[in-house]
Design a protein around this ligand. Structure first.
Ligand SMILES: NC(=O)c1ccc[n+]([C@@H]2O[C@H](COP(=O)([O-])OP(=O)(O)OC[C@H]3O[C@@H](n4cnc5c(N)ncnc54)[C@H](O)[C@@H]3O)[C@@H](O)[C@H]2O)c1
Length: 358
């Protein structure tokens, strides 16, 4: 088997960077691993846990390391641009976490650099790799749904998780940072068809009382060039002890030949215990009842990580090392998704429809 050896740098050693580094460390093609973080201690701790070869608080020391030939950027949402541009400048392929950036101007800089240097960049929309969405995409490709006429979806999560994200990046709103997964999935299911208009409304008091000027609920209608209508909504202010360890989602797709009903709420998997269930994302938060596999990135089992982030990381590493196909979101797809989520926020703010691509 023809396998290229990989040297991977992971920039950002937080929750998701740690999972990416763990996946890289256990991938057979990865012969060198370097990790960085603004916090030297956090990077050093991750390096110790993953037996990485090198750690630093200087991103360029890992991105520019001669043994590194591909870079994962897992920094906070507003800190993606600089390390991504540094890696692309050196011609090193990039996996950057969603959203690609927080402004279209930054997304355009990334796309221009990726295209001018001929360096591929994929964006971590890991929910594509949840089994139910992968199989749904397969059925759409097989033609069993026909032409998609409508898609409706709702994502919900707890205020505790919403506040945790907003503390890190105050403009990473539930729409731009979380509904973005389902805007991506909708765009992936409708691949090749252009979104043309967004209308949205939002409302909320919970986040405002906590000091963040964002809505608890935002619901949007996205119209595509062929007339298809996509209704996506997010509610991020469930009580902190709602049994969600991540997002609860329901997606329905209707087409000329069939329909897909995807219940991703995890209400069929319940753990009840006196012993306390730690929340994977929120330090110190414990539950006595939880929807078992509702943690959005995945779950640990016997020292290995399983689930969407694990599968997505492996797909990217297999793609680089063995030229396997990579059904991750491309930079241009991620830009389209960002354009839609920003338009949803703007439409909810001004109460008017927004034309896309203007
Ligand atoms: N795919 C998924 O399931 C999933 C889940 C959660 C978060 N995410 C995405 O992953 C990214 C990180 O989220 P997280 O939950 O790991 O956050 P986190 O706060 O746990 O980690 C972010 C880390 O980046 C570091 N950092 C910030 N700016 C930096 C810089 N300029 N250089 C180096 N390090 C820097 C911080 O010190 C922190 O350790 C975000 O884009 C988020 O949207 C993806």
């Amino acid at each position: 088997m023809d396998t290229h050896e990989l040297g991977i740098a992971v920039v950002g050693s937080g929750r998701i960077g740690s999972l990416r580094a763990q996946m890289a460390a256990s991938h057979p093609a990865v012969k060198f691993l370097a990790v960085s973080d603004l916090s030297a201690d956090r990077a050093a701790g991750l390096a110790e846990r993953t037996k990485a070869d090198f750690s630093s608080s200087d991103n360029m020391a890992v991105i520019g390391h001669p043994q590194v030939n591909a870079v994962i950027v897992s920094t906070s949402e507003h800190e993606h641009l600089e390390p991504v541009m540094q890696a692309l400048e050196l011609g090193k392929p990039v996996l950057v976490e969603k959203p690609i950036a927080l402004t279209l101007a930054d997304a355009d800089k990334i796309i221009a650099k990726s295209e001018s240097t001929g360096t591929p960049l994929f964006v971590g929309y890991a929910q594509r790799f949840k089994r139910r969405y992968l199989s749904a995409k397969d059925q759409i490709l097989e033609g069993r749904v026909g032409n998609i006429t409508a898609l409706t979806g709702r994502a919900c999560n707890t205020r505790a998780q919403g506040i945790e994200i907003l503390k890190r990046s105050a403009t990473a709103t539930p729409v731009v940072d979380v509904l973005t997964y389902w805007v991506d999935v909708a765009g992936w299911f409708l691949e090749g068809i252009r979104p043309v208009e967004v209308t949205a409304r939002g409302h909320g008091t919970v986040f405002r009382e906590a000091g963040f000027d964002v809505n608890d609920a935002t619901f949007a209608l996205i119209t595509y060039e062929n007339g298809a209508v996509v209704n996506l909504g997010v509610y991020f202010a469930l009580p902190a002890h709602a049994p969600q360890l991540g997002m609860g989602v329901r997606i329905e797709v209707y087409g000329s030949e069939g329909a897909l009903i995807l219940n991703d709420d995890h209400t069929d998997e319940l753990l009840i215990t006196n012993k306390g269930i730690p929340h994977a994302y929120i330090p110190g938060l414990q539950f006595q009842t939880a929807f078992l596999s509702s943690s959005t990135p995945g779950n640990w089992h016997l020292g290995d990580y399983w689930g969407p982030v694990a599968d997505e990381s492996r797909v990217w590493l297999d793609h680089l090392s063995r030229n396997r196909p990579c059904p991750m979101a491309t930079a241009r797809e991620a830009r389209q998704t960002l354009e839609i989520t920003l338009a949803i926020e703007e439409s909810a703010r001004i109460g008017k429809a927004i034309k896309l691509g203007q």
